[in-house]
Design a protein. Structure first.
Length: 281
């Protein structure tokens, strides 16, 4: 999309209304990204039973917080950002907001296009997306898939809304979304666990706890940034740190053994993908 208009310009050109259902961490991160890129708050409605103080304060920017929906009419985009477990309870509200030309953008883990199509009027354009928590700092990774009713213009709209919080990839096969959820959706938790575990290992090796935690945190963060900015594959970056017969090689002999990272992560990703399928409706 190198020829497309900048996201900031695109946001200012969005017409009609955008309704965000669910303003938890991910919904709020997306909303902040849209507003930072110039989306007019007067076009935004937020439906959130328990809005945080930061969301309530956005009323000063013209955003409607939990208005009476009876007379609100249809909306251009409805973004569903609630937990998948509560989806059955909110789909009637979503259905009341959509019209023939509405785009529904769902970021609910596990909830399939088929589930959404069953609970919404026939022919509604739906995009299912899976962002991850680095969206909170504009460094998210989102994968999206569209149903057959999504027009090229609506797909571009969804793409720009998702790009507001990071990188975006599109897939044509929805079956990939369970693995996407397991790798990038849940993936930040694996990285945070690595930082926790590395700190604990440092403490076990004799480091003071505060120093071990600082070393682990900064090492994971710095290595992630190097991976982000370097054109080299992760394997090459790893090899560049590893001297034959050195300390890193000794550690990697353990981490890359039969009970090391690969088999453990394969099991973890498989478990997350399996749970994603279980959440599907």
């Amino acid at each position: 999309m190198s020829t497309a208009a900048p996201a900031s310009a695109f946001m200012t050109r969005i017409e009609g209304k955008l309704t965000l259902i669910g303003a938890g961490k991910m919904g709020t991160a997306m909303l902040d990204g849209w507003l930072d890129l110039g989306l007019d708050g007067r076009r935004v409605t937020v439906i959130e039973p328990h809005p945080a103080a930061g969301i309530t304060a956005l009323g000063a920017r013209g955003i409607a917080i939990n208005p009476h929906l009876g007379a609100s009419g249809t909306t251009t985009v409805v973004v569903i950002a609630v937990k998948p477990q509560v989806a059955p309870d909110i789909m009637a509200t979503v259905a009341s907001l959509v019209g023939q030309d509405t785009l529904v953008l769902s970021i609910m883990a596990g909830r399939t296009l088929a589930f959404l199509e069953r609970t919404l009027p026939a022919g509604i354009a739906i995009v299912r997306a899976m962002p991850n928590t680095p969206a909170a700092i504009g460094r998210g990774m989102t994968v999206a898939v569209a149903n057959a009713s999504v027009t090229p213009t609506q797909r571009q709209l969804a793409d720009r809304l998702l790009h507001a919080v990071g990188a975006v990839e599109w897939v044509d096969d929805e079956r990939l979304m369970d693995a996407v959820t397991a790798v990038s959706g849940s993936g930040p938790a694996y990285i945070f666990l690595l930082a926790e575990s590395l700190a604990r290992a440092g403490i076990a090796a004799g480091l003071p706890p505060a120093l071990a935690e600082r070393l682990a945190r900064e090492t994971v963060a710095g290595s992630g940034e190097l991976l982000h900015t370097s054109p080299l594959p992760a394997a090459t970056l790893r090899e560049n740190v590893t001297s034959p017969g050195g300390t890193t090689a000794a550690a990697l002999a353990v981490l890359m053994g039969t009970a090391g990272f690969d088999p453990i992560l394969e099991q973890a990703v498989a478990a997350a993908a399996r749970r994603s399928r279980e959440l599907a409706g």
